[in-house]
Write a protein that binds this ligand. Structure first.
Ligand SMILES: [Zn+2]
Length: 455
């Protein structure tokens, strides 16, 4: 792994099958400045990175298998905040709104309002998942499938058990700390120890839920003060949500090179309010977009982009900075910065990760086209230079024939289209395939979330 971040990557496709020779993919390759027709050269046998980028077909090595795609190649989307182990639980739409995150998840103070959460979410989770590491790890695998069908190739995760073989990369590792705990419960000692690690670069990023509550909620507002009191208003700090923050805090964040991970759908569903993104962006804060989890957020980043775009247009009018271009950055380059992965991810260029996906040209503007893209439209997804997911016919073609494709990949239906996913893992010898994932979840959970919810 060439990234400075130690990414836990497990269970990617055995290179014994698909495209053992180098693969040259021709598409309109998208970057922050637009789209340019190029050839991306990858070879999963020789590293996980893009080996080269050519503008002329004449420069493509003759040994490479060529794939001409009439559409866009986007960098794999980076999900900077999620709780993946919950994502097999169906969507929860609370009957009324909460003031902050402690109101709905407070087991000590159950009320008619938050009891609904425990009935619908926690009880399913506790009774059926924590009881079995298999259910937990399978739920994580299902969550990653739900993410990859929307073009995500890196997701923030948290393991309760040994990582299963997973289809996409996980943002974990010794240089990234992540806690979903109440900042007050973490305690000053631990907070200050992490502040010192950020300062000494022992830690590159520290993710904390801060200000996840309404702007008039004193508990949520106070959390930024707790950060300040513990030396955590400092470079490398990532604020998850920041709904209650105002311009002065965003200014402090920008001055201290802090980052924000924004989850509008989940915020609106839970609090009927989300972060003041115009103020954050005007202050100079780098903002990434993330679904939070699928229980109250989007199924994947494509869905979150659509929600964010519509919400921002409706809410912020002329002051709205959430353009299609900005949203693209929030899930690629700015997400990479937020995750501390900017040296190897978020762009498609020589030496960067072979993580990308192919999607049709639904608009001449690649950023608008991405906003229009639905999971069913996504043709192929590459992780570490390997085709991990895609259209049935395209995957069969990459695996040479149906027999070979059946050996290494599994069919699944995504919004009426037939796709294939590779869950095959060398280490576990093909232990758990898609049908096994669904069988286990369907038998152990009262209800399993669909790959795509109706929001
Ligand atoms: Zn969260």
């Amino acid at each position: 792994m060439k990234s400075q971040i130690a990414l836990a990557v497990a269970g990617l496709l055995s290179a014994t099958a698909a495209h053992a020779e180098p693969l040259a993919i021709n598409a309109d390759v998208v970057s922050e400045t637009g789209a340019k027709n190029c050839w991306l050269l990858i070879d999963s046998e020789n590293g996980d990175s893009i080996l080269d980028v050519f503008t002329s077909e004449a420069d493509v090595p003759s040994s490479a298998k060529k794939l001409k795609y009439e559409g866009y190649a986007y960098p794999g989307l980076i999900d900077t905040h999620n709780h993946v182990h919950y994502n097999s639980i169906p969507l929860w739409k609370p009957k009324s709104f909460f003031v902050n995150r402690y109101q709905w998840n407070d087991e000590q103070n159950k009320s008619p309002q938050n009891e609904e959460y425990f009935d619908n979410v926690v009880d399913i989770f506790k009774a059926n998942m924590e009881a079995s590491g298999d259910v937990m790890s399978t739920s994580i695998k299902y969550a990653e499938i739900r993410a990859i069908i929307g073009g995500t190739t890196i997701i923030q995760s948290s393991y309760y058990t040994k990582p299963p073989s997973l289809p996409i990369r996980n943002l974990t590792g010794s240089l990234v700390a992540n806690s979903s705990n109440n900042i007050l419960k973490i305690g000053n000692e631990k907070l200050q120890a992490n502040a010192a690690k950020l300062k000494s670069k022992e830690l590159k990023r520290y993710f904390l839920h801060i200000g996840e509550g309404r702007a008039d909620d004193p508990v949520s507002i106070n959390e930024f003060k707790v950060l300040r009191d513990n030396n955590l208003v400092t470079p490398g700090m990532v604020v998850i949500h920041g709904v209650a923050l105002t311009k002065p805090e965003f200014k402090e964040m920008a001055d201290n090179k802090m980052y924000l991970s924004w989850s509008p759908r989940s915020n609106i569903n839970l609090y009927n309010q989300t972060t003041n993104i115009p103020a954050a962006i005007e202050s100079g804060v780098t903002v990434a977009l993330s679904p939070d989890w699928t229980i109250s957020g989007s199924d994947n980043l494509l869905g979150e982009m659509k929600f964010a775009f519509d919400y921002a247009n409706k809410t912020w009018g002329a002051a709205n900075p959430v353009t299609p271009e900005r949203l693209y950055k929030m899930v690629t380059t700015d997400a990479a910065l937020t995750a501390g992965l900017e040296d190897h991810f978020g762009q498609l260029k020589k030496g960067f990760a072979g993580d990308f996906f192919l999607a049709p040209k639904l608009d001449q503007n690649p950023f608008v086209s991405l906003l229009k893209t639905e999971p069913k439209n996504i043709s192929l997804v590459f992780v570490e230079g390997k085709a991990v997911y895609g259209d049935d016919a395209r995957m069969v073609s990459l695996y040479n024939d149906v027999k070979e494709a059946d050996l290494f990949t599994d069919k699944l239906e995504v919004d009426g289209t037939t796709k294939r996913i590779c869950l095959f893992d060398d280490a576990t010898c093909n232990k758990q395939r898609y049908k096994d994932v669904m069988y286990l979840l369907n038998h152990c959970l009262p209800k399993v979330a669909p790959l795509l919810e109706t929001h």
